[in-house]
Design a protein around this ligand. Structure first.
Ligand code: GLU
Ligand code: ZN
Length: 312
């Protein structure tokens, strides 16, 4: 289908830490289906900046699983590792605006300076290094933090409604944009890339809701547009842990792609007909696009995927 005149542009942005599991498939299916239901583009971006977490072969495994599942993306695949100069340019812009400062706090010092825990469970940084200026006598390479402000940040989620962070400075604190090992932080890269690709709609797991106000803050500070957001439930195991490599989530079964898609659609509150579980995946996705009802997605931040129905 040709894109509509006001082109919706969505994306799926996996990190190549391992093969896709059910939780990442849910995010892929939700973002794909929402994009196609809007007759929009759906882009694929590999978030491979954190080289310590990348696993050899993971990119190929992810692309293969998406292809097997007929989740066909538009245009070339973007790799964040080939876009460092764009993140550095954004850092330069922020540095010229006087908003960055170097921080050499060790992990222990940062832990000692915790003065509150934001909802995300991440430690808030006290701002101990605010006002420092970099010079060549620094004991070690610094991380670079952005100076947050006390202005309220809000955004609307299509499913969860309005989110307000009355004061980012006191709730989250100044956050790292480039680590001491020079790795660009996810928060900066995602904002730069979504804007560069013209992303209008972000559909992703609700584990990233807690990051969204930082991203909206960065968009405003860098003069970039804020996309529309839809955060879908994060899949957990029976113990309530997010599916991940660490929690030993099983990879998506490439030999039975429609079965995984069918379960992902059920997880998203859609009602795919039973007989499509064994159909070619493109037939099931065509059904999903035609019958997509975002309002039926459960309004929860996470849900177990282990009490789902048996497969036959
Ligand atoms: N790379 C992130 C992940 O795998 C997703 C980032 C996003 O969608 O903004 O969880
Ligand atoms: Zn510091």
């Amino acid at each position: 289908m040709p894109p509509s005149p006001t082109t919706y542009c969505g994306r799926f942005a996996p990190s190549p830490t391992g093969p896709l599991h059910f939780g990442s498939l849910v995010a892929a299916v939700a973002s794909f289906t929402d994009a196609r239901a809007h007759r929009g583009h759906w882009l694929l971006r590999i978030e491979d900046l954190d080289t310590r977490r990348n696993r050899p072969g993971a990119v190929d495994a992810i692309l293969y699983t998406l292809q097997r599942a007929a989740l066909h993306w538009d245009g070339p695949v973007t790799h964040q590792s080939s876009r460092i100069e764009h993140y550095e340019a954004a850092l330069t812009q922020l540095r010229h605006a006087g908003l960055l400062y170097p921080c050499t706090c060790s992990r222990r010092e940062i832990a000692d300076s915790i003065v509150g825990m934001p909802a995300s469970g991440e430690a808030r940084y006290s701002g101990a290094c605010r006002g420092r200026v970099w010079d060549s006598r620094f004991p070690r390479p610094p991380a670079w933090r952005i100076r947050t402000s006390a202005h309220p940040i809000s955004f609307d989620d299509r499913l969860h409604g309005r989110f307000e962070t009355p004061n980012l400075e006191s709730s989250t604190g100044d956050f790292v944009l480039r680590r001491a090992d020079r790795v660009i932080a996810y928060q900066l890269a995602v904002v730069v890339d979504d804007a560069a690709s013209g992303i209008t709609d972000v559909v992703r797991g609700a584990d990233l809701l807690a990051s969204t106000s930082r991203q909206v803050f960065l968009q405003r500070t860098l003069g970039l547009p804020t996309p529309s957001y839809l955060h879908v439930p994060t899949a957990t195991n029976a113990r309530g842990e997010k599916l991940s490599k660490q929690t030993l989530a099983a990879p998506v079964d490439n030999d039975n792609p429609a079965a995984g898609l069918w379960l992902a659609l059920r997880f998203l509150g859609q009602q795919p007909p039973l007989d499509l579980r064994h159909a070619p995946p493109q037939d099931l996705l065509a059904w999903a696009v035609e019958h997509w009802r975002p309002s039926s997605i459960p309004r929860v931040q996470s849900a177990s995927c282990e009490n789902r129905e048996p497969l036959n």
